[in-house]
Design a protein around this ligand. Sequence first.
Ligand code: ZN
Ligand code: FE
Length: 256
Amino acid sequence: MAAIQFHQFPYMSDNYGVLLHDAETATTACIDCGDADAVIAALESTGWKLDHILITHHHADHTGGLDALKLATGATVIGPGNSASQLGGIDKTVTDGETFKIGNHQVNVLHTPGHTLDMLNYYLPEAGVVFTGDTLFAMGCGRLFEGDAETMFNSLAKLRQLPAETVIYCSHEYTETNGSFAEGVDPANVELKTRMKNVRSLRATDQPTIPTTLSEELATNPFLRANDGGIRQHLGMESASDLEVFTELRKRRDNH
Ligand code: ZN
Ligand code: FE
């Protein structure tokens, strides 16, 4: 089976969209649609024809262009069932643990509530790629708009069970801000310092820092490191639970 191809493109101020393409069956999908014109431009640049739109969650920067893109391409929309009523336009609702195919490639649906309650992530086991929407970011995690800290903590626990070499596409370029927060709470982390050097030089020339990998996140993302001794010591929370440490980190990040 030929490898599935990925094409990432920026839209709005800090969003990323991705096209997925299975050349064997000439099947193409996109992750979210905040801006129909941006997706159409990406399709024109790749020469691919859109078949499916995969929605992560209901926020406008992920769905605002849905109707226009459907109309322009005739693509079918796959997304969360519990936001179908507010969204409209979803042709096939999916839930946690379900699988479907893009061409010959299997996609596993992961429900990762916290940022929103409807949040879905899409994992392609053969490619070793996951689309984490606004749940897991490079060195960060989504703000808690609809779920509480425990909900997000459990969702991130689900993602960290994927193989460490998994490639992560998230929906926003928040890496530099996230990383500067991470440096503040995890000051002794050498891998974090090295990563931030690289991130700052990429951003200085307006290059993307996404995709990332789960192993990089395990080493540098404070929201996956609530059990880390250095972070706990910095917070004065040596004997707290992982959830308590995570909750404190999320609160501090909101005020960063
Ligand atoms: Zn969002
Ligand atoms: Fe977003």
